[in-house]
Design a protein around this ligand. Structure first.
Ligand SMILES: NC(=O)c1ccc[n+]([C@@H]2O[C@H](COP(=O)([O-])OP(=O)(O)OC[C@H]3O[C@@H](n4cnc5c(N)ncnc54)[C@H](OP(=O)(O)O)[C@@H]3O)[C@@H](O)[C@H]2O)c1
Length: 271
């Protein structure tokens, strides 16, 4: 397997590319690496605007698939449409949702959609694309977007932090299976990123752009892409997040959960 991924003139799929980190990943692949990009999300207008921008500014090919990744049949359709007329070389599985609040107050429909989007679609798409890379001998790569929340049981984001811990464990394990077959898996575990996700979940009451450890989506995408291209197994971007991940690995998980509960309690006054 080549030591690095070469994306120039090749297609990479990016899920969750209508906002935040996904947009910046798609931009960086096109702008910095001359890669063609296939973007996936639910909001068609945003995906089409991004594709127009990538084609006109960077001269790459760009296409979109509008799909709801919380629905199994749409996940299957994404793979079929993505590979019908093109060979893929990379898949950045970035789409994700979260919430901030008491577990028992979460609407089951929304929680179920989160589990499907963050976990089930990731497992299904990763196995489909890994098989595609192996069959085509493309020596492709998968990028999984997890979070530093993967290292810590996070009360008031209990199911979300569980999904991110799943992605970390699944990604690192799958990577070992796939590497001998010429496919790399990179798990990206960022801390706070200044995106719509913070506003949508209410977390922006706690974390703001400019806070220590909170990165811009552009900065975060640069870290993720570097790790992806170098086929790193795991990337925690920035010294603060790396220190947090290290400390989290050393401390008892019960203690971590207790301290995080005190800090995260939504009923506490926002700063
Ligand atoms: N922001 C942070 O502080 C932070 C920290 C650590 C990890 N992360 C992770 O980073 C990734 C990107 O998040 P972000 O911060 O960029 O959030 P964001 O700005 O809210 O973007 C989330 C993306 O996921 C897509 N998405 C959500 N549900 C979907 C569904 N059912 N089907 C298809 N696409 C769906 C959204 O598109 P549509 O709504 O158009 O479908 C959007 O493009 C997530 O996996 C998140 O967990 C974020």
């Amino acid at each position: 397997m080549n030591r690095t991924l070469e994306l120039r003139g090749r297609w990479t799929l990016v899920t969750g590319a209508s906002s935040g980190l996904g947009v910046e990943l798609a931009r960086a692949i096109a702008r910095d690496h001359g890669g063609n990009v296939l973007v996936v999300a639910r909001r068609r207008d945003r995906l089409e605007a991004l594709c127009d921008e990538l084609r006109s500014r960077y001269g790459v090919q760009a296409a979109c698939i509008v799909a709801d990744l919380s629905r199994t049949e749409e996940v299957e359709r994404v793979f079929v449409e993505a590979t019908r007329e093109r060979e893929l070389h990379g898949a950045a599985l970035n789409a994700g949702v979260t919430y901030w609040g008491e577990a028992l107050k979460q609407d089951w429909g929304e929680l179920h959609a989160m589990l499907n989007t963050n976990v089930t679609s990731m497992v299904r798409l990763s196995t489909l694309f890994a098989r595609h890379f192996i069959e085509r001998r493309t020596e492709g790569g998968l990028l999984f977007v997890s979070s530093v929340a993967a290292f810590i049981p996070v009360p008031y984001q209990a199911a979300y932090s569980g999904t991110k811990a799943f992605i970390l464990s699944y990604g690192q394990a799958l990577g070992q299976e796939l590497r001998p077959q010429g496919v790399s898996v990179t798990v990206f575990a960022p801390g706070g990123i200044s995106t719509e996700l913070l506003d949508k979940s209410g977390l922006s009451k706690r974390f703001k752009a400019g806070d220590m450890g909170v990165m811009s989506a552009e900065q975060s995408a640069a870290h993720a892409l570097r790790a992806f291209l170098h086929r790193k197994e795991l990337c925690v971007p920035g010294p603060l997040n790396q220190a947090l991940a290290l400390v989290a690995r050393l401390l008892p998980r019960g203690f971590l959960a207790q301290r995080t509960a005190a800090m995260y309690k939504p009923s506490a006054e926002p700063r």
